[in-house]
Design a protein around this ligand. Structure first.
Ligand SMILES: O=CCCCC(=O)O
Length: 431
């Protein structure tokens, strides 16, 4: 299995030398055809996601649609992003151009099996890099389909290879001389191991790891909007998202009103058949993940939290849960709750909200609801995060850089940053 994967990497090295020399117009045509496939076969691809990891079909369709939007974004911006940038210097002429690096390894997660791959693949393919992908083992159908989608018969060579490998072989792939960079979206331990290995072999790395984003609701917030958005921020994808609003911080004066309205909405979420388009929350991706969440909740209840709703598991289904009275010492506050569990903590004033928000080993982003936008903007530098969203939940958008600090990783995806991370930023000087 490993030998075959290493041979694929070598094959991709020769593909790279051809691909990088194709004009940008050709690379754009290929990406346009990939986008067309997404549009034509959206239902088939969404069903594969749903089958593999239990995401309700409506949300899987939205995921595929978001990939088409990403393709469109890069197709319309790549000429600008790759245009050489003149820089002032003492020489006759000097500029910076972006060239590709080579074959990249992408280690991808199961929670957004298409979206995570597309946001790495599209900017890098347009730049001229090619990819080998080690996808999560619980999304094999999606992983195989992705390879098919990226195979453009008119090229006569692949630009994307799926490597169905166990994690222990990742180091051998990183060590292959053709691999010039590695990107991982996944857990903190997986990130540490890949970063260590990439460092040992002097390969550039980008890491998108966990998050425990605060969702702050100030007493002057539009409460209806804050409640509706908080439900979505916490329960999307059955809570299995790095950017989910995992710690809801509510100002004391409105805490009961917020909690009552929030709990009502959480209880009303329709959980059930993943193929039913009206299902709002599905089972978790695997039963062991639901068991882990169940344990975290039990422990936090023993530590003094109060259960407002949910807290029941049947197989991989975990009922949407709300916990109040959560304090920073409790497990559900300290660790990433990767499941449909909302934890509510109160704060007295904005100073305390900042302190609580920053009291996390993660730093992916924070969402803050308040009508005093100027004040919140003035406080943005004080949040130790990769993103501050005001009156909106954390959401990835092709136009904007995405990534974290602290144990949430390093590097950025999307926007023009997604093109720069694995580019050879080449200085050209003429005298
Ligand atoms: O676990 C991280 C998922 C990011 C999801 C998104 O980009 O919306």
């Amino acid at each position: 299995m490993l030998e075959k994967a290493l041979a694929s990497v070598s094959e991709m090295e020769s593909a790279y030398h051809t691909w990088r020399n194709r004009p940008l117009t050709t690379r754009k045509e290929v990406i346009s055809r990939i986008r067309e496939k997404l549009l034509t076969h959206a239902e088939q691809y969404a069903r594969a996601i749903t089958t593999d990891m239990n995401k309700p079909l409506a949300q899987a369709l939205a995921e595929v649609k978001k990939c088409t939007a990403l393709c469109y974004y890069y197709l319309t911006h790549i000429d600008d992003f790759l245009r050489p940038q003149p820089l002032q210097s003492s020489w006759t002429e000097s500029y910076v151009r972006l060239d590709p690096l080579g074959v990249l390894l992408a280690v991808m997660p199961w929670n957004f099996p298409f979206w995570q791959v597309f946001r790495v693949a599209i900017p890098n393919l347009l730049l001229g890099n090619v990819l080998v992908v080690k996808h999560a083992s619980n999304v094999p159908t999606a992983a195989a389909l992705l390879e098919e989608i990226f195979l453009d018969k008119s090229l006569g060579f692949p630009i994307y290879k799926n490597l169905p490998l166990p994690s222990q072989h990742v180091e051998a792939i990183i060590a292959h001389p053709a691999i010039k960079g590695v990107t991982l979206t996944g857990s903190e331990p997986a990130g540490r191991s890949v970063a260590q290995c990439a460092g040992k072999h002097l390969k550039k790395s980008v890491l998108e790891l966990g998050g425990s984003a605060a969702f702050i609701v100030c007493e002057d917030a539009d409460l209806t909007k804050a409640v509706t958005t908080a439900v979505n921020a916490r329960m999307q994808n059955a809570g299995q998202s790095c950017i989910a609003g995992k710690r809801i911080l509510v100002q004391e004066s409105i805490a009961e009103e917020f909690t009552a309205a929030f709990t009502e909405k959480v209880k009303a979420l329709k959980q059930g058949d993943k193929y039913d388009l009206s299902t709002e929350i599905g089972a978790m991706a695997r039963e062991d993940l639901a068991i882990e969440i169940e344990e975290m909740v039990k422990q936090s209840l023993a530590e003094g939290a109060t259960l407002r709703c949910g807290g029941k598991r049947t197989g991989a289904f975990y009922t949407p849960t709300v916990l109040t009275g959560v304090t920073p010492t409790m497990r559900v506050f300290r660790e990433e709750t990767f499941g449909p569990v909302a934890v509510i903590t109160t704060f007295r004033d904005f100073e305390e909200a900042i302190a609580l928000s920053n009291q996390s080993d993660f730093g992916l982003g924070v969402a803050i609801f308040s009508q005093n936008v100027d004040f919140v903007k003035s406080q943005a530098p004080r949040f130790d995060e990769g993103a501050v969203y005001i009156n909106e939940m954390l959401i990835s958008d092709p136009h904007l850089p995405f990534g974290g600090i602290k144990n949430s990783g390093y590097g950025r995806e999307l926007s023009y940053f997604g093109v720069w991370e694995f580019a050879n930023i080449k200085t050209v000087v003429v005298k």
